[in-house]
Design a protein around this ligand. Structure first.
Ligand code: JHZ
Length: 410
């Protein structure tokens, strides 16, 4: 039974079943400027569905990528030391295991500000970044990373192939979720990859999203929410194989790194992960059926917790003008009547306002200046990093609130 007019972005099946509706929300990264404060921000439906045919979880709405990643995109990867460390380690492992040197060619899709590719430069490896966001592409070039300012798909793949030859390694971190034309994207990777080349793709795991209540990572930029099962089906359609899987439980709420190649060499870890997903039920609709109820209960618990604190005279701020923060504030209904301001390290975001709710975004130093009683951690994926960094705020009596998996004052 299908309850949507759209077809699955991966397999084209009409068997999409909706299991969660977050209502209509604004674009999560469309941070509002001071002169836009009088307007009502545009909102778009945010409904999530399961494909009964290939198991891919996806949203039904399709906001044009130009609007999402070019016109309204202030996300720079380089603001998290944890992510920078993770990326550096990934590069070092690739250089060593694949014996990469000046004869090798590495392409990264969604290379952002060059946070990852720049680690290849000391090894003399030829690199090319592909990213449509102009400010991020410029920052990458300044870091010495050649960058093609474009969306990736079969056409871009052919252009790169004719100018640079096949890629020995293609890296696609937190981008496969961001692509509506999924088969064009994966088809492009298949064309560009050398016969013995390796693709690594990283993305949060839908199992962690569901089991840890991470509903706020659902927003219009994220068209798809992956499992090993859905990735396996997707890459096989393009003559490639999911050969290996690595798991990083602390990255972005639980991230998988899929190793994909043109030769079938499936590791015991990859088989185990596929089996785990079947055993956990991820491959059937029932697994997702009670998610909406759990999300609703996070909403009511968090809202009443903050309302009670506020009624008792507490001042409340938020940490992280993250995209997921926008889903959290808008879905739960947290505006300036409860949250005085949000802080963020990214200077591109400071001075703007959170979409929809118009909570102002300040530099992180505002926490010590204003010393609010509580800080709701919107960027909960960086919680331990933030707690370490905010030692002084806590020493002075400030307290943090984590919204998921269940709202909790730490
Ligand atoms: P962060 C982004 O989502 C965007 P977001 C994107 N759509 C995606 O897929 C995921 O990442 C994976 C700030 N910060 O990274 C930086 C501090 O202020 O969780 C960011 O603005 N101080 C591509 O936006 C925000 O918090 C700090 O110490 O939900 C975190 O956003 C740290 C560590 C971060 O992702």
């Amino acid at each position: 039974m299908s309850d949507s007019a759209i077809l699955c972005r991966s397999c084209g099946s009409a068997e999409l079943r909706t299991f969660l509706s977050l209502g209509k929300t604004p674009l999560a990264d469309a941070l509002v400027t001071a002169d836009q404060l009088d307007r009502v921000d545009p909102t778009f439906p945010l409904d999530v569905a399961f494909c009964a045919s290939c198991t891919l979880v996806q949203i039904l709405e399709e906001v044009p990528p130009q609007q999402l990643f070019v016109d309204n995109y202030l996300y720079f990867s380089s603001f998290s030391p944890q992510l920078l460390r993770h990326s550096r380690e990934h590069v070092e492992a690739l250089v060593e295991r694949r014996r990469l040197d000046s004869s090798s060619f590495v392409v990264e899709l969604a290379s952002n500000d060059g946070y990852l590719l720049r680690n290849f430069l000391p090894h003399g490896v030829r690199v090319l970044g592909v990213d449509p966001a102009p400010d991020q592409a410029n920052a990458a070039r300044e870091a010495g990373v050649e960058t093609l300012e474009q969306f990736f798909g079969v056409d871009t793949a052919r252009r790169i192939l004719s100018e640079h030859g096949p890629a020995d390694v293609i890296i696609a971190n937190n981008v496969m979720a961001h692509v509506p034309a999924l088969n064009d994207f994966v088809g492009g990777m298949a064309e560009l990859l050398a016969e013995d080349g390796l693709i690594t793709v990283e993305n949060p795991w839908v199992k962690d999203l569901v089991e840890h209540g991470e509903f706020d990572t659902i927003y219009h930029e994220h068209f798809c929410y992956y499992s090993c099962t859905s990735v396996d089906a997707l890459v096989r359609r393009h003559g490639m194989f999911l050969n290996h899987v690595e798991y990083f439980p602390d990255l972005h709420g639980g991230t998988l790194r899929w190793h994909i190649g043109k030769r079938e060499q499936v590791s015991p870890e990859a088989r185990r992960m596929l089996d785990t997903e079947v055993a956990a039920g991820l491959t059937a609709f029932g697994y997702y059926a009670d998610f909406a109820g759990r999300v609703e209960s996070i909403r009511t618990t968090l809202r009443s917790m903050l309302e009670e604190l506020k009624a008792g005279g507490a001042a409340i701020a938020a940490y992280g003008a993250a995209a997921k923060g926008s889903t959290m504030l808008n879905y739960v209904g947290l505006g300036t009547e409860l949250i005085d301001f949000a802080v963020d390290r990214n200077p591109w975001k400071q001075g703007r306002y959170m979409p929809g709710v118009h909570v102002p975004i300040r530099p992180v130093e505002a926490l010590l200046e204003k010393q609010p009683d509580y800080v709701l951690v919107l960027a909960w994926n960086f919680l331990s990093e933030i707690l370490d960094q905010q030692d002084e705020y806590r020493r002075r009596g400030g307290q943090f609130i984590r919204p998921v998996p269940t709202p909790e004052i730490l």
